[in-house]
Design a protein around this ligand. Structure first.
Ligand code: DQA
Length: 149
């Protein structure tokens, strides 16, 4: 059972090789390992998942509550700008979530300025590189642990 679900959308399995000038050198494994270290420091549990398939991501969100998830960090990647279905899945889950982007989507092409997630998100982090995930995880841990006290 993992309290925090971390979802990486399409093409993020290519991090490290994919447009490193935009997305940096860190691989997805590097990012997930770093998040695991932070979770371990807090004696908390995370589940990291990546898919290139919209339906798999939706199924993952549908089953999140049943698996004990209390908070979601999601980089919907290209689905940020296209997926009403993924948005609806998050809304249906009623789980708080943070939207994370490695790059500053607002400084890029106009089609990346629209997000189907930001108005539902508890917060949005973009443009801070892979470290954005760490800030998001620390916020989720603080939120959950403060709620528990
Ligand atoms: C991204 C930004 C998206 O526009 C893009 O499609 C991605 C990655 C980011 O992390 O910066 O795949 O979400």
């Amino acid at each position: 059972m993992a309290r925090i679900l971390i979802i990486h959308g399409p093409n993020l399995n290519m991090l490290g090789q994919r447009e490193p000038g935009i997305y940096g050198q860190a691989t997805l494994t590097d990012i997930d390992n770093r998040l695991q270290v932070i979770a371990d420091e807090h004696q908390d549990s995370i589940r990291c998942t990546q898919s290139n398939s919209e339906s798999e991501l939706i199924d993952e969100i549908h089953s999140a509550r049943g698996r004990g998830t209390e908070f979601v960090l999601i980089n919907p990647a290209a689905f940020t700008h296209t997926s009403v279905a993924l948005r609806d899945a998050l809304a249906a889950s009623e789980l708080p979530f943070i939207e994370v982007h490695i790059s500053n989507v607002h400084a890029r092409e106009p089609f990346r300025h629209k997000s189907y997630f930001s108005d539902l998100a508890q917060g949005v982090i973009c443009g801070l590189g892979a470290q954005g995930y760490e800030y998001a995880l620390r916020h989720a841990l603080d939120t959950l642990n403060n709620a528990a006290h």
